[in-house]
Design a protein around this ligand. Structure first.
Ligand SMILES: Cc1cc2nc3c(=O)[nH]c(=O)nc-3n(C[C@H](O)[C@H](O)[C@H](O)COP(=O)(O)OP(=O)(O)OC[C@H]3O[C@@H](n4cnc5c(N)ncnc54)[C@H](O)[C@@H]3O)c2cc1C
Length: 452
């Protein structure tokens, strides 16, 4: 009898796990699926990106984890492709390899002052409040004014976390140190800055409404005339977004203690400051409404009232750029514009020729767009091609790749290790009446990984 075919999936985020499930349901043949991740924890951005106060979405993890119940699926953590394992090595151990490594970098603004202390990326901020072990501390002591550059859902998430009363976040899985740091902030003003109008913003309406609700009666709109937007010409989402903003701006109060300022048709051109961020200079961007000011009265934010030119200088203690995630190249794998070039998931060389046996899925395949659900359809496409191609792909040597790794001292973590981490987080949480509290430090995670 033939040995089962072996498929490696690199990345245990939503796309990798949907792919494993699609591979198993798509064939009656024996198939061994090894799912690698550089972390000892599965779920990728579902665990380390989706906002901690969105518990309902996080529950998708229960569905995704079912794939680990299949007898021929293994979770192998602490395997970093391009780090402790090379691509040729992995290729040698499997009939097919699927790259599901997401997008672990982000885009920069490329403006003067971007490297000043206090100017950071929303991606790092998200990783920090999500308890990612690679996250760097995000000091917030006495931050009163924050500028978030970008008008997508990630920008909306970070603005909401900043505006929310930390007491409301204490029921989430945020690490204790994160909650303690959020309590040191003295947030009064959060600015959300978009280069185009509210009708072009990529945030989705429920997320926008939640943010507006968090800001309550402290919402103002600058840079566009909401009444002048031809809403009949818009799609449903854009129309709903404009309506939500108009509703919120209508009930603006002069006395709100935490304020959200939506600035449209402006782009940051310089971050000002001596030894730390002090302000952001915004210039009108091209387009209708550029320069038009619909800002709040002087009594609320006197220093930010736009001059006639439409230029704004917004005082800030913290700047978070949120202008898109970006893929990271794997050594030896083609890479173009933040993605692995592919045709429906089949990896291509830069000249467009085929690379048999290599596949891509999720954000590294499509770019950093789409909700968790989008990865399911995407995974079905990639998995379908893997199964189709296995009929003709050469069989690799029969040795178990994990034994090969052990031979040179690389010992992956296992599903049992993840379950131990999971149990420890639930136990940590229960002390404070929470569902879980994340274990965020590498040394604590590794202490829970059995190396016996
Ligand atoms: C801040 C934020 C909030 C979001 N909120 C929502 C939301 O509320 N609702 C929603 O539906 N969607 C949300 N999304 C989108 C959703 O998270 C993505 O659609 C989804 O996670 C993409 O899946 P992926 O598997 O391609 O990538 P990821 O989830 O990033 O998974 C990639 C995995 O690969 C691993 N990896 C990376 N490099 C290597 C390597 N070299 N070797 C081994 N392993 C590696 C990583 O550790 C990670 O586990 C959000 C995204 C972000 C950024």
């Amino acid at each position: 009898m033939d040995e089962p075919r072996r498929v490696a999936i690199v990345g245990a985020g939503p796309a990798g796990l949907f792919t494993a499930a699609a591979l198993l349901t798509g064939t009656d043949d024996d198939l061994c699926v090894d799912i690698f991740d550089r972390l000892p924890t599965p779920f990728g951005l579902l665990r380390y990106g989706v906002a901690p106060d969105h518990a309902g979405i996080k529950a998708v993890a229960t569905t995704l984890a079912r794939v680990f119940d299949a007898p021929r699926v293994r979770f192998l953590g602490l395997v970093d492709l391009g780090g402790n394992v090379t691509v040729p090595e992995l290729r040698g151990g499997y009939d097919a390899v699927v790259y599901a490594i997401g997008a672990e970098d982000d885009r920069h603004l490329g403006i003067p002052g971007e490297d000043l202390p206090g100017s950071r990326s929303a991606r790092q901020f998200v990783a920090w409040y999500s308890g990612h072990p690679d996250a760097t501390p995000q000091p917030l002591a006495d931050v009163r004014r924050a500028v978030v550059v970008g008008v997508g859902n990630v920008a909306v998430d970070v603005a909401r976390i900043l505006l929310k009363d930390p007491a409301e976040l204490s029921a989430t899985d945020m690490p204790d140190a994160v909650l303690a740091e959020l309590r040191t902030a003295r947030i009064e003003d959060v600015w959300l800055v978009g280069r185009r109008g509210p009708e072009h913003a990529s945030f989705t309406t429920p997320e926008l409404r939640e943010l507006l609700h968090t800001a309550g009666d402290g919402v103002s709109v600058t840079g566009c005339d909401l009444g002048a937007i031809d809403t009949d010409a818009l799609d449903r989402r854009a129309r709903a977004n404009v309506a939500a903003i108009a509703d919120a701006a209508d009930i603006r109060s002069l006395t709100a203690s935490r304020r959200l300022h939506l600035v449209f048709w402006h782009r940051p051109v310089e971050i000002l400051g001596d030894r730390h961020v002090e302000a952001v200079r915004l210039e009108p961007a091209d387009g209708p409404g550029a320069g038009a000011a619909d800002g709040p009265p002087d009594a609320v934010i006197p220093e930010t009232r736009p001059p006639a030119s439409g230029e704004l200088t917004v005082p800030a203690d913290l700047v978070l750029r949120s202008i898109g995630y970006r893929g990271v190249p794997l050594p030896g794998v083609p890479f173009d514009d933040g993605r692995i070039p592919n045709l429906e998931g089949r990896v291509l060389e830069l000249d467009g020729s085929a690379r048999p046996g290599e596949y891509a899925v999720g954000w590294i395949k499509r770019g950093p767009v789409g909700l968790i659900g989008s990865n399911r359809k995407d995974a079905a496409e990639t998995a379908g091609h893997v199964l189709e191609d296995l009929a003709t792909l050469p069989r690799r040597p029969l040795s178990d790749f994990v034994a090969t790794l052990a031979g040179r001292g690389v010992r992956p973590s296992t599903l049992e290790d993840w379950r131990r981490i999971d149990a420890a987080e639930i136990a940590r949480g229960s002390i404070r009446g929470r569902e879980r509290t994340k274990v965020e430090a590498w040394h604590d995670l590794l202490a829970l990984v059995s190396r016996a």
